[in-house]
Design a protein around this ligand. Structure first.
Ligand code: NI
Ligand code: MN
Length: 247
């Protein structure tokens, strides 16, 4: 499974032969030098309606005629006629193109702002993507919250994409706790240093993470890719209480 950090909270994930694009903030992203036409995903996931996450999702989904997965209430406020939208809500699980996609909670606001003002847009979300190549958790914009340890860790997270920018989301210390609670094998920090208000040193975060937890940190420069190789290629099931969590 190959992950490419496109800057901010945007990731391209190649899982098997499916190319997933999450939070496609391309236009106006100071850390993304690619053109919108450089992206040819098979599916787009959007965690919430803020501009730095919804980004170019609508025009891209329309041009490529691909599914757009987002929270149901957000989709009601968007102009989506003719688009292949999949509205879901927290705790829901769908199977698309051989991937299992679970919408998780995120502790954050959600609104949809245009030149005409801001509309409420339901709740913010995160996603767990389960594929035979590995299980990835994109936390979206969120505070640290206890259900990471209980609900989300059950999905057997190999790679956690966690915000560390502080101010609008959790900062580095809470992200270390999140990683520990999630029992993630790898953490990729995101949502930092895009703007002066969320400036962070990702290498300091990496040192803190690796000294305090069993997680490995992968710091990716915008545009950089990293390949996760699952130690067990077969699909790992969710951890249930009966099976324990001692993987
Ligand atoms: Ni946000
Ligand atoms: Mn954000």
């Amino acid at each position: 499974m190959q992950l490419t950090f496109e800057g901010h909270a945007c990731f391209s994930i190649q899982a098997g032969n499916v190319n997933i694009l999450i939070d496609p903030f391309i236009s106006g992203n100071p850390h993304c030098n690619k053109l919108l036409t450089d992206f040819t995903p098979d599916i787009i996931l959007v965690t919430h309606g803020h501009n730095d996450h919804l980004g170019d999702a609508l025009p891209l989904a329309k041009r490529l005629n691909i599914p757009l997965v987002a929270q149901f209430d957000l989709l009601q406020s968007l102009d989506t006629p003719g688009l292949d939208v999949i509205g879901m809500n927290t705790g829901g699980r769908i199977t698309v193109k051989g991937l299992e996609i679970i919408m998780t909670a995120a502790v954050h606001g959600n609104s949809l702002c245009t030149e005409h003002g801001c509309l409420p847009a339901g709740t913010a979300a995160g996603f767990v993507i389960k594929s035979p190549a590995g299980n990835v958790y994109h936390a979206g914009d969120t505070a640290l919250f206890g259900d990471m340890a209980t609900v989300i860790a059950r999905y057997n997270i190999h790679v956690a994409l966690l915000p560390i920018g502080d101010l609008y989301t959790m900062g580095p210390k809470d992200a270390v706790m999140a990683a520990h609670w999630l029992k993630a094998d790898y953490v990729v920090p995101m949502h930092y240093s895009t703007f002066p208000a969320i400036q962070q040193d990702a290498h300091n975060f990496a040192a803190m993470l690796e000294s305090r937890t069993a997680c490995k940190c992968i710091v990716l420069a915008p545009g950089q890719s990293w390949t996760y190789i699952s130690p067990q290629p077969e699909h790992k099931p969710d951890i249930t209480p009966a099976e324990g969590d001692d993987r």
